[in-house]
Design a protein around this ligand. Structure first.
Ligand SMILES: NC(=O)C1=CN([C@@H]2O[C@H](COP(=O)(O)OP(=O)(O)OC[C@H]3O[C@@H](n4cnc5c(N)ncnc54)[C@H](OP(=O)(O)O)[C@@H]3O)[C@@H](O)[C@H]2O)C=CC1
Ligand SMILES: CCCCC/C=C/C=O
Length: 328
């Protein structure tokens, strides 16, 4: 018999999440039926979407939502022999039983590439960067691209893909260490949005002619300021709005109509799953770039399933450089 631990949402978050909003539970898993597979989670992802989506689609008492890289430990399903690795969407659990549906196999994973990257650059966040940049921003060589939360899971891939695409890239992040990292991975300009005196001046200094594309991960005040520095026909990919995820009262304008009108801007929100039909092809390209060293990957690894809430809250506070994951 296997005892599985899970983290449940004990109380809906009000403002910034607290330790007391989570509860650790333990259950005994039943025996496998024909077609069943028993998995152990090896790496779990902590992502910003868990904060807004918990409010929209979870009830108190539900297991926290989330994805993991998991390994088969017992199987009654020939598609998943013992030792096989998958990406699953089974929430914050150490072990789980699946009937084999809705799993993504990691069949041809190169030995030298950490499997945890299937939760980051070669997974959902990498795909978000890829589709947001190529399908929404529609980057062209020579464009100047601005990206926020640039040293995180999505932003760091956005910047490197834009460089591959022949763009000039400006990134903003919340610490000097993150800014140094952005320069190291090829960003042309980077600044710490928490310490610059004026965001407007910092954006102007980084690109005096303005921006063709803005990959917006944060929303809020920063984006209001950035919108006024877009070039004519600029494209804005609204990927995330993390600056507002913990707000109890929604932020108010300035509003977007005036800069959008006079600079004839396009602004489009998107959810990565829109391009599920192109997922496999995009993952192959991301993996190839990582293997060739054209995309560098950083991870912020927290050890221990017990630390899931701390890792999640730490990521929301900006403690992570690169993708935040938990190693069980
Ligand atoms: N549309 C979609 O399909 C998807 C959207 N997303 C969105 O992309 C964004 C980035 O996600 P991801 O790369 O996984 O996360 P990150 O790895 O970038 O981690 C979150 C980062 O957000 C930054 N941050 C936190 N609070 C604020 C704030 N108040 N203002 C500005 N920045 C803040 C912190 O970096 P710093 O130290 O620089 O402040 C923190 O490290 C999120 O908004 C997320 O919701 C992600 C995946 C899919
Ligand atoms: C299960 C992945 C859903 C990603 C959508 C994210 C939106 C904002 O973070």
């Amino acid at each position: 018999m296997v005892r599985a631990k899970s983290w449940v949402l004990k109380k809906h978050f009000e403002g910034f999440p607290k330790d007391s909003d989570f509860e650790l539970k333990e259950v005994e898993l039943p025996k496998l039926k024909d077609g069943d597979v028993l998995f152990e989670s090896v790496f779990l992802s902590v992502d910003p979407y868990m904060r807004p989506y918990s409010t929209r689609s979870m009830k108190e008492g539900d297991t926290m939502m989330g994805t993991q890289v998991a390994r088969v430990v017992e199987s009654k399903n020939p598609t998943y022999p013992v030792g096989t690795y998958v990406v699953a969407n089974s929430g914050w659990r150490t072990h789980f039983i699946s009937d084999g549906k809705d799993l993504h196999l990691l069949p041809f994973w190169p030995e030298k590439i950490p499997r945890s990257l299937a939760l980051g650059t070669i997974g959902m966040p990498g795909l978000t960067a890829y589709f947001g940049l190529f399908e929404i921003c529609k980057i062209r060589a020579g464009d100047t691209v601005l990206v926020t939360a640039a040293a995180g899971a999505v932003g760091s891939v956005v910047g490197q893909l834009a460089k591959i695409g022949g763009c000039k890239v400006v990134g903003c992040a919340g610490s000097d260490k993150k800014v140094a990292y952005l320069k190291q991975i090829g960003f042309d300009e980077a600044f710490n949005y928490k310490t610059v005196g004026s965001l407007e001046e910092a954006l102007k200094k980084a690109s005096p002619d303005g921006y063709d594309c803005y990959f917006d991960n944060v929303g809020g005040e920063f984006s209001s300021i950035a919108l006024n520095q877009m070039k004519r026909f600029g494209r804005i990919a609204v990927c995330g709005a993390i600056s507002g995820y913990n707000d109890t009262v929604p932020q108010k304008g300035p509003y977007v109509q005036i800069p959008m009108l006079f600079n004839q801007l396009s602004m489009e929100g998107f959810i990565v799953s829109r391009w599920n039909d192109k997922r496999e092809e995009a993952l192959k390209r991301l993996l190839k770039w990582v293997v060739e060293g054209k995309i560098k990957c950083e991870e912020h690894v927290t050890e221990g399933f017990e630390k899931m809430p701390a890792a999640f809250m730490g990521m929301l506070k900006g403690e992570n450089l690169g993708k935040a994951v938990v190693k069980v």
